[in-house]
Design a protein around this ligand. Structure first.
Ligand code: 13P
Length: 255
């Protein structure tokens, strides 16, 4: 049975005080709403990962993730953070390949393959993001693009390693725009992704792979998205900054 996940990506928002308030509220609110097959992940900015992880430690339903890491183990990379450092402060996940990292920091599939290796080597799990721009969708090259992002970013992994990967489909045109992919549009791509995984690793691995949707997901549209057979939850940006909205989204899985 694949896991259902709602993950919050705080991006570069919140300072220490507001971040602590938000995680405290989330921890107070989520308990009764999270079933055994569900997991909540909170991904704060790197400087808050330790403090958030400390607070979340006692809650088996809430995990913590970073938003990026460097591909090297350690060394002279001023300003960067390694997977082992993230692991050492109590996180379990790392978001990799977010479109903002690809767009503003030039991250390529080749680099992301190395980051994926670093994350797995350190006992963390990647939340690996893929997705097309509006231009790419309009040119009808989005399926090929997603195919390449998977092939070059994560398909070098063994089946055993890949089993630890969470995929997130985030159409760039839906991120922070208020324009959500329709449930049908998202399902079409999620089904394609699962078929790609099946072709590479077999049906069983594909059935167990959690594929999240991200892009203007909110308490109003989450239920329809999560009802799609290949959508296993969400990677939430803006709505994860409000405890009520974030915890509302968690309740939108079919009971
Ligand atoms: P929004 O939910 O703000 O559109 O952001 C989605 C996202 O990028 C999550 O990683």
């Amino acid at each position: 049975m694949r896991k259902k996940i709602v993950a919050g990506n705080w991006k570069m928002n919140l300072d220490y005080t507001s971040g602590m308030s938000l995680i405290s509220e989330v921890l107070n609110m989520v308990n009764d709403e999270v079933r055994g097959d569900q997991e909540v992940i909170v991904c704060p900015p790197a400087v808050l990962v330790y403090s958030v992880a400390q607070l979340a430690k006692g809650n088996p339903k809430v995990s913590v993730g970073a938003q990026n890491c460097h591909e090297a183990e350690s060394g002279a990379f001023t300003g960067e953070i390694s997977a082992s450092q993230i692991k050492s402060v109590g996180a379990q996940y790392v978001i990799l390949g977010h479109s903002e990292r690809r767009q503003y920091f030039g991250e390529t599939n080749e680099l992301l393959a190395k980051k994926t290796d670093a994350v797995l080597k350190n006992g963390l799990k990647p939340i690996f993001c893929i997705g097309e721009t509006l231009e790419e969708r309009n040119q009808n090259i989005h399926f090929q693009l997603i195919k390449d992002q998977l092939a070059e970013g994560v398909f070098h992994l063994s089946a055993e390693e890949f089993a630890k990967v969470v995929l997130a489909y985030e159409p760039v045109w839906a991120i922070g725009t208020g324009v959500t992919a329709s449930p049908e549009q998202a399902q079409e791509v999620h089904e394609f992704i699962r078929k790609e995984v099946a072709a590479k690793y077999g049906e069983e691995v594909a059935e167990d792979t959690t594929i999240l949707y991200g892009g203007s997901c909110n308490p109003k549209n989450a239920a329809d998205l999560f009802a799609q057979k290949d959508i296993d939850g969400g990677l939430i940006g803006g709505a994860s900054l409000k405890s009520r909205d974030f915890t509302d989204i968690i309740t939108k899985f079919n009971k």
